[in-house]
Write a protein that binds this ligand. Structure first.
Ligand SMILES: Cc1ncc(COP(=O)(O)O)c(C=O)c1O
Length: 473
């Protein structure tokens, strides 16, 4: 029999440490977006799995040769696309420890420290962001899951738990509302909850891409006249397209009239509430039922880590809690068993990285980094604004700049084509990575400035690169 000779921790970890420090040292020089072609990597992987174990050195070599060329470098300071999934050294350190322990933290008893640390750091986050003390926090994997959990809870609250008990009767006629700019996870959630896509009413937006609450009011009134029941309004505090901010205050006013559930999706922009000057957008939060933001986007905590807050813990628990015999513990009534606060049973120890990050930077350190990003974004915004060949396409609310290249005498259709070509050329160069959306039918370039190690020279390089390629078109 062949003995599988895999290496020891003593041999492997120094190699990994060398790799990680080399990776960070060289990160700026790597093409930000992977230049890999479709199926290129698949074709380099053997058709069948190895029947015998392989030496770590061989696995690691193939990781470097085959896998790394297919990686887009999300931690590069020249990554300006989508929303970031930024990370940091304390977060990485915590993830190493989390993986080493491999603890499955579904219940308090399966790792008391995980449950108690989660409760503590989520309370810290409430205080740090200005979320009212009456809310209760739990970490979910993503904002999509949090939004789904919120809509399931709203559905159960408004049906007095009858759908959980006996399914839809056919008489519910629920409606969910969000703006045309809200994230696609809302649409996914109405599909999954059985509410149905046709019962998601997308409300037109104002000029600044925030929800038009006059039209929201009208839509609800019309639905009530037609026998529908307004179940939930999803307020976007920071849309994906342009970080537009819905007026939570106006939505809360409508809640007084109609009694719907409010879910606040602040997946990206939530981190800005670390700053007192951004808290004005939280006016009305006391009327919200649930709130989500992702430390895994802009708060230096590597993916995944979504902070979800609920006002009424009992409704949440009544919606999700199931305790089969094999999961019963003596402590059940005295502790938080977070597997009952959402969809999956199994849970990673995510609170550890949040704890490391918050302690490493401190609240002031986090605020400084966020303010720095906002200042860099303002600079970039001003460069675009003062260039006659470019046009800003949305107001700057934080650190996402929306714009397009606008050479003279081109039709809207031509401008859309030109900007799409410009995006492709910029990203194919590997120098920076930006992404796009469409705002009011216009092809829009998006530059998000929120990377952990980004500085002015990277932002300057981004602008120079965009200018360079625009001159080539
Ligand atoms: C506003 C908003 N909501 C929700 C999401 C979904 O986030 P997640 O990937 O955590 O599900 C995003 C992702 O970018 C987003 O921008």
């Amino acid at each position: 029999m062949k003995i599988i000779m895999n290496d020891s921790v003593e041999n492997i970890f120094p190699e990994l440490q060398k790799w990680v420090s080399g990776y960070f040292a060289n990160l700026e020089n790597l093409p930000v977006k992977s230049q890999s072609k479709i199926r290129e990597i698949y074709g380099r992987l053997p058709e069948n799995p190895p029947s015998e174990g392989e030496a770590f050195g061989d696995i690691f070599r193939d990781f470097n040769d085959i896998i790394m060329p297919g990686i887009t470098h999300w931690q590069s300071p020249k990554f300006f696309a989508y929303f970031p999934a930024n990370s940091s050294l304390p977060s990485l350190a915590a993830e190493v420890l989390t993986s080493a322990m491999g603890a499955q933290c579904m219940k308090w008893e399966t790792s008391p420290a995980a449950a108690e640390l989660e409760e503590r750091v989520m309370n810290w986050l409430k205080e740090m962001l200005g979320i009212p003390a009456e809310f209760h926090g739990v970490i979910q994997d993503t904002a999509s899951t949090s939004t789904l959990a919120s809509l399931i809870t709203a559905r159960e609250y408004h049906s007095e738990f009858s759908i959980n008990r006996s399914g839809y009767s056919g008489n519910e006629k629920f409606r969910v509302y969000c703006s045309t700019e809200a994230h696609s996870s809302v649409e996914k959630a109405v599909k999954i909850t059985g509410i149905g896509r046709e019962n998601l009413v997308k409300i037109p937006v104002n000029e600044d891409y925030s929800i038009n609450t006059v039209l929201l009011d009208k839509a609800i009134q019309q639905d009530l006249n037609n026998g529908y029941r307004p179940l939930c309004v999803v307020a976007a505090l920071g849309t994906t397209g342009s970080t537009a901010i819905d007026s939570l205050e106006e939505i809360a006013e409508l809640k007084k009239k109609y009694g719907f559930w409010i879910h606040v999706d602040a997946a990206f922009l939530g981190t800005a509430f670390l700053l007192p000057e951004y808290r004005k957008y939280l006016k009305g939060i006391e009327h919200a039922d649930t709130f989500v933001f992702n430390p895994h986007k802009w708060m230096f905590t590597n993916f995944d880590c979504s902070a979800y807050f609920v006002k009424d813990k009992n409704t949440l628990l009544n919606t999700f809690e199931i305790i089969p015999e094999y999961l019963k513990t003596r402590s059940d009534n005295a502790v938080n068993n977070y597997c009952d606060w959402g969809i999956p049973l199994g849970r990673r120890f995510r609170a550890l990285k949040l704890w490391f990050v918050i302690r490493w930077y401190g609240v002031r350190g986090l605020q400084e980094k966020v303010r720095y990003h906002l200042a860099l974004a303002k600079k970039f915004h001003d460069w675009v604004s003062s260039d006659r060949e470019f046009e800003l396409l949305a107001p700057l609310t934080a650190n996402l700049v929306c714009f397009r290249y606008k050479p003279k005498d081109k039709s809207e259709d031509e401008l859309n084509i030109i900007n799409e070509q410009l995006l492709q050329r910029i990203n194919a160069s590997g120098k920076i990575y930006i992404s796009h959306t469409k705002l009011g039918g216009r092809f829009t370039l998006r530059v998000v400035i929120a990377q952990t190690e980004v500085n002015e020279s990277h932002v300057r390089e981004a602008w120079d690169t965009i200018k360079y390629f625009s001159n080539q078109i």
